[in-house]
Design a protein around this ligand. Sequence first.
Ligand SMILES: Nc1ncnc2c1ncn2[C@@H]1O[C@H](COP(=O)(O)OP(=O)(O)OP(=O)(O)O)[C@@H](O)[C@H]1O
Ligand SMILES: [Mg+2]
Length: 238
Amino acid sequence: KAERLAAVGELAGGVAHEINNPLMIILGQVHLLFQSQDSEAMLNGLRIIDGATKRAADIIRDLMLFAEHFPLRPSRCRVADQIRHVLEVQKGRLDVHHVEVHTRIEETPEIWADAARLQEAFFHLIQNAEQAMVAAHGGGRLAIRVGASGFGVRIEVADNGPGIPPEDLPRIFNPFFTTKAPGEGRGLGLSVAYSVVAEHEGRLWAENRPDGGAVFIVELPIGTPATEAPLAAAGGQV
Ligand SMILES: Nc1ncnc2c1ncn2[C@@H]1O[C@H](COP(=O)(O)OP(=O)(O)OP(=O)(O)O)[C@@H](O)[C@H]1O
Ligand SMILES: [Mg+2]
């Protein structure tokens, strides 16, 4: 309970802070505009207001991603294909940042999942691994494993970055928890990934590897064709 309350406090504080910054910028510019006669200066002020408004809107959109529970659109889906797709799209950036990618993909059952949302979750895990390794030593080794588990499919995303300080482990999935500089991270990636996995009734957690670096483990169940099916189907059969 205490942990949950702390998470809610962190969320509220994060939203307040993230929205307050652009609001203060807008307010400041409006004050200047009231006094300004110069059309060039006014245009510039409006541009700044435009940017700050978009930033606030972005934050709200990210928040809604995990607050609003967009209905899942599950289809038969091969987890390995989703991982490969994300890696392909990121390949250019990973290369430039000297991140070597190793994959070990075993035969796994197909699952029912929302492919686009799964890709989003994997993207955030891969991006975090990359950022952690690049910040620590300008690159590294990203190891991704996909295999069957008793639960369904198990995915491991491992890096050889600095790992996660033990005191941070309980908080990394909280919205707005970040150790990155302002502008570099908003602390939303893992909370989005977590909610995607939770929506699939799967599990996501992080561990530090004995030989250094972090590993994020995702377990996804085989699932069913549609999440809201039970009620709708029952209604349809009467
Ligand atoms: N692979 C990793 N290695 C070390 N620390 C990590 C790793 N992944 C996540 N973290 C820690 O968890 C924090 C939260 O991650 P999260 O993805 O939610 O936010 P972010 O990456 O800081 O910002 P955003 O994803 O919004 O750009 C990070 O700031 C970092 O401290
Ligand atoms: Mg992130």
